[in-house]
Design a protein around this ligand. Structure first.
Ligand code: MG
Length: 237
């Protein structure tokens, strides 16, 4: 079914929105990129800051092994990965607290007012951010409707985290939409069969998100929030 927006969002009965966290709810990606680059450098690995945005959503293990394979042709022991990830987390936590993404709270309040379920599906294991969700976004999230690094084995770009999110929410793919900022996050959500809205909040070209199958793309969370009223009407047509 076509829509005023020219997308294929019509014909569903929307019950839930699944949110990625980093780069969507928090402007945390610049700190993650710097922390990854510096931590990897300490262990002799070359991972440019800009490249971190392409890997966003992967588990720490997957990111380290991808670089190690490229540089040395081998994978890294679990112990070594834990060491590197601990350094990365320490460096991340030395930055000032990441700011909530402008526009996110106004969007979440609209969804809440519409009675939609709101879930978080993140590859993050940064307890510093997870702990802040309730103070920055009061009354929006509950722990039972969150999928984090502690819940999943494979992580994005595997559909596992989004499949688990739907399971936790008792949801079918056609009842959900996903909001993602990362190419691998879009790939994971599409592989789970979910309509996916990309928000390009980082330095990558729009094509990085559209090529993974994003159904719609907005330049910021504020732009998505501003468009939501019209967009949500077209979903339920
Ligand atoms: Mg993200």
């Amino acid at each position: 079914m076509s829509s005023p927006l020219g997308g294929n969002e019509g014909g569903r009965s929307l019950r839930a929105v699944l949110f990625d966290m980093d780069g969507v709810l928090y402007n945390s990606m610049p700190y993650h990129a710097k922390a990854w680059h510096r931590a990897m450098a300490q262990f002799g690995y070359d991972l440019p800051e800009e490249e971190v945005y392409m890997h966003e959503g992967r588990t720490g293990t997957s990111t380290v092994n991808l670089v190690s394979q490229r540089q040395h042709g081998t994978e890294v022991s679990g112990e070594r990965v834990a060491e590197i990830y601990a350094v990365k987390s320490k460096l991340f936590n030395e930055f000032p607290p990441a700011e909530p993404m402008p526009g996110a709270l106004s969007l979440l309040r609209q969804l809440k007012a519409q009675g939609l379920k709101i879930l978080i599906v993140t590859g993050s294991g940064q307890t510093s951010l997870l702990d802040r969700l309730n103070s920055d976004y009061p009354g929006i999230f509950c722990r039972e409707l969150m999928v984090t690094a502690f819940d999943v084995k494979r992580g994005k770009p595997d559909p596992e985290p989004y499949l688990m999110g739907m399971q936790k929410g008792g949801l079918r793919p056609d009842e959900c939409i996903v909001v993602e900022n990362a190419p691998l996050g879009v790939r994971a959500a599409k592989a789970a069969g979910i309509f996916t809205i990309a928000v390009n909040t980082g330095p990558l070209p729009d094509s990085a998100l559209l090529d993974e199958g994003a159904d719609l793309l907005y330049s910021s969370m504020q732009a998505l929030s501003d468009a939501w009223e019209e967009l949500s009407a077209s979903f339920n047509k």
